[in-house]
Design a protein around this ligand. Structure first.
Ligand code: ATP
Ligand code: MG
Length: 421
C-alpha cells in the first residue's frame, strides 16, 4: 500500500514513522523499527576503511560521526580521522546519508518507495541550513520536505486532539532543549532553542556524579585513561543512563559499578535524582514560560519528557504521550501525508490515550504519581543487536565525492566523472 515517511535524525537516535495512504478511515502513524535503541537506530555513521559508512554502530570514535543532525549549517565540518587521512564531512551530507539509509530500509520492508518523505529539523534552522539540507537530500536521491520539530509535534497532537488555540511545545531530548509556540495553522509563532541548556546527557552526568560522590576515593583513584579501567567507565556511563530511565518508572534503583576490587551497587532514589536535576529543569521551565506565556495547552516531547519531574514542572494543561520521543517523527509522517493528500482530506481528530494534566485542581491529573509506560525503553539492552548495513559507496575520497557517488540517476554522476572530480 502506498505510504509516506517521516524521519527524525536526533542527536543520539534516528527514528522513522510511516503513514498509509490507502485504506479506509484515519491512517495512524506507525513507528518503524530500525533495529536499535527505542525502536530507532543510533545516529552514528562510521566511515570504514573501504569507504563505506556503517550505520548505527559507533565503533572507532576517530572514524565515527555523531551529533551531525544538529550541526547542519555549521561552517565547521565533522572531521573523521586525523592528519592527511582526515575526511571533512559537512553535517548536512551526513544527515542526508542517514535519511537515505532510513528511506532504503523502509522501502525494502514495504516493497516500494515512499510517496513522500518529511524530515523534521531543529526549530532554529533558517533559510541557509534548510537550503543546505535540501541540496544534500537531493544529491542522495531523496526528495523530501522539511518541517520544524515543534510543528511536527503539533501535527501529531492534532491527530488525537482538537487544537483550541496556539500550542506550547516543550521539547527535551538527549542534547537539545527547545521551547516553542505553534499556531493553529501549524506555523511556528515563537521558538527558543538551546544546546547550552541541560538535557538527557546532563541528567546522565548527574547520576554519574552521584556515584562518584558515593564511592569517593574508590572511584577517584582509578585512572579513566588506563585501558584496564576505560571499559569500566564506559559501562558505568551506560548504567547511569539506564538508572536514570528506571527512575522515571520506579522510586529507587541502583547503579552497578565493576571496580577492580569487586562489584558494588550504588543506590539512588528518585528524590535524590530530582534534587540533582531540579535547577536544570527549573531553568528550562522558566525559558518555556517566557516563550510560551499564555498558551492554554502544552505538549511535552523528547525522551527526557518521560522524567516525572519534567511533566510536573511545566505549568498549565500538559499533554504527554506514552512514548514522547516518537511524537516528532509521527508528526513528520502526518505532515508528509497532509502534503500528499491535502489539508482538508483529514476527518476530525479523535481523542486517544494521551496523558493530560491540568492545573485546575478539579481536573488535575497527578502526573508525578502516574508512571508513563516505558515500553520502548524498559530493560535497556547494553548493546542491542543492530542490523548494520554498510552503505555501498565507492572508494574513499572526500565525503562530498562519496555522496555524489550515491546519486542513483546517471546525470550528475556521469558529469562528475567527466570532470575527473
Ligand atoms: N524513561 C526515560 N526516563 C528518562 N529519560 C529517558 C527515558 N527514556 C529515554 N530517555 C532519555 O531521552 C533521551 C533521548 O531522547 P530523544 O530520542 O528524544 O533524543 P534525540 O532526538 O536523539 O536527541 P535531541 O532531540 O536532543 O537531538 C536520552 O537522553 C535518554 O536517556
Ligand atoms: Mg530529538
Amino acid at each position: 500500500m502506498p505510504y509516506v515517511l517521516g524521519v527524525d535524525v536526533g542527536t543520539t537516535r534516528t527514528a522513522a514513522a510511516v503513514c498509509r495512504l490507502g485504506g479506509a478511515g484515519r491512517a495512524e502513524p506507525e513507528v518503524v523499527g530500525l533495529g536499535g535503541p527505542g525502536g530507532g537506530v543510533a545516529s552514528t555513521l562510521q566511515l570504514t576503511p573501504d569507504g563505506a559508512f556503517a550505520v548505527g554502530e559507533p565503533g572507532d570514535p576517530r572514524w565515527t560521526a555523531t551529533g551531525f543532525g544538529r550541526r547542519v549549517g555549521d561552517a565547521v565540518p565533522v572531521v573523521l580521522g586525523a592528519d592527511s587521512a582526515a575526511e571533512r564531512c559537512p553535517a548536512e551530507e551526513l544527515t542526508a546519508l542517514m535519511v537515505m539509509w532510513v528511506t532504503d530500509q523502509v522501502a525494502a520492508r514495504e516493497g516500494e518507495r515512499p510517496a513522500h518523505v518529511v524530515l523534521a529539523h531543529p526549530p532554529g534552522w533558517g533559510a541557509h541550513a534548510k537550503g543546505l539540507m535540501h541540496r544534500a537530500l537531493r544529491s542522495v536521491g531523496v526528495e523530501a520536505s522539511l518541517v520544524p520539530e515543534p510543528v511536527a509535534a503539533a501535527e501529531n497532537h492534532a491527530f488525537t486532539r482538537s487544537a483550541a488555540g496556539p500550542l506550547g511545545v516543550f521539547s527535551l531530548g538527549s542534547h537539545a532543549f527547545s521551547a516553542s509556540v505553534v499556531g493553529r495553522g501549524f506555523e511556528l509563532v515563537n521558538t527558543v532553542e538551546g544546546v547550552d541548556h541541560a538535557a538527557g546527557v546532563d541528567f546522565d552526568d548527574a547520576v554519574f556524579s552521584h556515584v562518584r560522590t558515593t564511592l569517593g576515593r574508590a572511584l577517584a583513584e582509578l585512572d579513566a585513561d588506563d585501558p584496564r579501567t576505560r571499559g569500566l567507565f564506559g559501562r558505568l556511563r551506560r548504567d547511569c543512563e539506564a538508572a536514570k530511565r528506571m527512575l522515571s518508572g520506579t522510586v529507587e534503583t541502583s547503579i552497578p559499578v565493576h571496580l577492580p576490587s569487586g562489584p558494588v551497587d550504588v543506590p539512588i532514589t528518585r528524590a535524590q535524582f530530582e534534587d540533582l536535576i531540579r535547577p536544570d529543569v527549573e531553568e528550562a521551565v522558566s525559558v518555556f514560560t517566557r516563550v510560551a506565556a499564555g498558551v492554554e495547552m502544552t505538549v511535552l516531547v523528547g525522551g527526557s519528557a518521560r522524567i516525572p519531574l519534567v511533566a510536573a514542572s511545566v505549568p498549565g494543561r500538559v499533554v504527554l504521550e506514552a512514548a514522547p520521543e516518537t511524537s516528532v517523527v509521527k508528526g513528520a509522517a502526518l505532515a508528509a501525508r497532509k502534503l500528499v493528500i491535502g489539508p482538508d482530506a483529514e476527518p476530525e481528530p479523535i481523542e486517544t490515550s494521551v496523558m493530560v494534566r491540568d492545573d485546575d485542581p478539579l481536573l488535575r491529573f497527578p502526573v508525578g504519581g502516574l508512571e508513563a509506560p516505558d515500553a520502548e525503553f524498559t530493560a535497556p539492552p547494553p548493546r542491542p543487536p543492530v542490523d548494520i548495513t554498510p552503505l555501498d559507496l565507492p572508494e574513499r575520497r572526500t565525503v562530498k565525492r562519496v555522496v555524489r557517488g550515491l546519486v542513483p540517476t546517471g546525470g550528475r554522476r556521469a558529469r562528475d566523472s567527466e570532470d575527473g572530480r
